[in-house]
Design a protein around this ligand. Structure first.
Ligand code: PLP
Length: 394
């Protein structure tokens, strides 16, 4: 046996390269915002989840610095041992109040909130019904739980109904899991229909509001508010790291759910509590989302302006259906998406190519921010137009 047991790693990397699936990091210098310096070049930023421009907001910075001065940099232990601080409770109350749920629980990331919650509430005897376009954290949480997982075609409630009729009776508990705003497409799940089906078949519904919190609904509470479903029983998950400009995740729901998770969610129990700085920054953001609805209005004005310019100037663009600040246009394959992304970048626009295996079809993904100026959006449309013209010449 003289085979190097690690040789497969380089072979696998070579396969990834051959498929045009290879990825690596790129450095952003300085502060986040509507424009950023990317590997030394100033670009307009359409690649960020910082929808309200809060990640660079001075008030969040001051909140974080003050919390560090008061509580130190580390929280020193898990929440149940020595990591719990008063600001965790304040943040959890703030989230529960925005979501209008009895309670909320913060995790160290949205990914961990999904893993821990799904694994805690269902097990081997149970059934999970999962939208095929769900975020990785929902899919991995489903696997971790040990439940039987059935994927249904994207947003297809007829297929979901069929699955429920076929499989529900063979299982103890049933959990439906879905993104509310689909992160790589920008469309919304049919929440009212999902809630009705959940009720009819005695299923729990777990809704991932990662891209919706701070963005959707009159008060920024998310898609539950957007669809007028506030107060209906379900499990809401989200992140503190997108519109809220910090780091961390949360679950919002009934007091008994949250109490159960504090006793049974391994990714909350066996990990260090969210740091004082992240907690305080998120708390400041929750207050700003509540007190400054004009940020959300500005975001939607920008989204509508971009859609209008696309309709007027880019009639042939293959835009995916969207009802969020995420807009994607499709390209024929991974290489074409990479070429388009590179051309955008050279023209001063940062909008990433999203390829398999993240999504089934290659695309350029644009996310709009409240802090984009009209000129930024005009420039984006001009550059996309020049890509289209380039395509026609080939
Ligand atoms: C970003 C995202 C997450 C993960 O949240 P983090 O806080 O970044 O770990 C979970 N679900 C969805 C749908 C997301 O888009």
């Amino acid at each position: 046996m003289n085979n190097n047991p690690y040789a497969w790693i380089n072979e696998s990397l070579a396969t990834i390269h051959r498929a045009d699936w290879y990825r690596c990091v790129q450095t952003i210098h300085g502060a986040p915002g509507a424009t950023v310096v990317l590997s030394g070049q100033e670009v307009i930023n359409f690649a960020s989840n910082d929808y309200l421009g809060l990640a660079g907001d001075e008030r969040l910075q001051i909140a974080a610095i003050t919390a560090i001065q008061q509580f130190g940099t580390g929280s020193t232990g898990s929440r149940l041992i020595s990591g719990h601080r008063e600001i965790h409770r304040e943040l959890e109350q703030g989230i529960a109040s925005t979501k209008q749920t009895e309670e909320a629980l913060v995790f160290s990331s949205g990914y961990l909130a999904n893993l821990g919650t799904i694994a805690a509430i269902v097990g081997k005897r149970d059934l999970i019904l999962s939208d095929e376009y769900n975020h990785s954290s929902l899919k991995k949480g489903a696997i971790l739980s040990g439940a039987t997982v059935v994927e249904y075609p994207h947003c297809n409630t007829a297929a979901l109904l069929q699955n429920l009729q076929q499989y529900r009776k063979n299982h103890r508990r049933c959990l439906m899991i879905t993104d509310s705003v689909f992160s790589m497409d920008g469309d919304l799940c049919p929440l009212p229909q999902l809630l009705d089906l959940a009720e009819e078949f005695s299923c729990m519904l777990l809704l991932d509001e990662a891209h919706a919190t701070g963005v959707m609904g009159d008060t920024g509470a998310g898609c539950v508010e957007h669809f007028g479903c506030t107060g209906r029983e379900l499990i809401q998950i989200g992140t503190l790291s997108k519109a809220l400009g910090s780091l961390g995740g949360y679950v919002a729901g009934s007091s008994s759910l949250i109490d159960f998770l504090r006793n049974r969610a391994p990714s909350w129990i066996y990990t260090t509590a969210l740091s004082p700085a992240d907690t305080a920054a998120a708390l400041a953001a929750v207050k700003i989302v509540r007190e400054e609805p004009e940020r959300r209005s500005q975001l939607w004005q920008n989204v509508n302006y971009l859609k209008q310019l696309i309709t007027e100037n880019l009639p042939n663009l293959k835009l995916l259906p969207t009802e969020s600040p995420i807009l994607c246009f499709q390209l024929s394959n991974a290489a074409a998406a990479l070429t388009a992304g590179k051309h955008l970048r050279e023209s001063g626009i940062f909008a990433p190519a999203i390829r398999p295996p993240t999504v089934s079809t290659s695309r350029i993904r644009i996310s709009v921010m409240a802090t984009h100026e009209l000129g930024h959006i005009q420039k984006l449309v001009e550059v996309i137009k020049s890509i289209e013209e380039l395509d026609h010449k080939v």
